[in-house]
Design a protein around this ligand. Sequence first.
Ligand code: ASP
Length: 357
Amino acid sequence: MRIQLSIKNNFKVSNPSNILLIYTGGTIGMVKDFETGALIPLDFDNLLQNVPELKQLDCNISTISFDEPIDSSNMNPDYWNMIAHQIKDNYLIYDGFVVLHGSDTMSYSASAISFMLENLSKPVIFTGSQLPIGDLRTDAKENLITSIQIATLKDNKVNPLVREVGLYFEYKLYRGNRTTKINAEHFEAFASLNYPQLAESGVHLKVYKENLLVVDESKALVAHTTVDRNVVILKMFPGINKSVVKAIFNIPGLKGIVIETYGAGNATTEPWLIEVIKDLIAKGIHVINVTQCSGGSVIMGQYETSSELSRIGMISGKDMTTEAAITKLMYLLTKSLSASDFKKYFESNIRGELTEV
Ligand code: ASP
């Protein structure tokens, strides 16, 4: 698919903060088709007309929009490439970036972009909404306005305060690669169970500086615009069938697997599973262990049901979300790493996505 973007300038005020708004689609910019009742994407100009409050913000806002805004269920690495490119190409011109995105896959995209943008030292804030911007009880306005405000925040009036990929939703800013969508109808749609919030909006906009990523400003931004799609996610469940697992593991070209195990990284000790994983590792396929619990960490070896997985060389996803693990896998697969280096990088904290103990 060819993706075209158009740039339009909106409001100009005197304050030096320049923000680039990247509109990809999602509920935030949709309206109800009164004939069918379905939500359809709205043109970006119409979206901004619904938020005249933006004129009061002390910053210049420019916008880029996908020519055809998408429901985020259609998000894919080609679009991630476009987003990463736009940020890279406009990096020196803008103080911060806000990405408007459907909530369904927002945690995947925020995680992917965090890996694709190495040495990021400006805010990239993902946001969206549960209700369209024109709805009476919409959450879209608050999410949009506060995300832009967060992107303009400065430390000592000079440097950007937030220097990482964040996700703002329902009064809370989280680290993007720590989030998961946990609710399909509540305004509080996201959670970050293994890492505290970065900021909270109430009467005051409170930033928890101690939780922000510390970055080395002297390093230039490097945008990695490709990821490898030869990956799969497998979720364990009692009664999982050997031939089904073997079929997944025989996918041609497969380079990596994220297995969602139980609890602290446990799986059935039936010998066939251990044998399949062992064969995969021997074939050079990277096999990652993440927990299917929303919070907590994989600790291989804590129980007998994970000791063997550790012994045969399965990679620990530690306390990473599945979204972070699969996108980190897709990102690291584009680097030429030996099996041992791959394991070392995967198990190390590279963008604040896991807790090193
Ligand atoms: N289906 C929509 C999307 O992810 C839901 C939303 O925007 O919240 O694009």
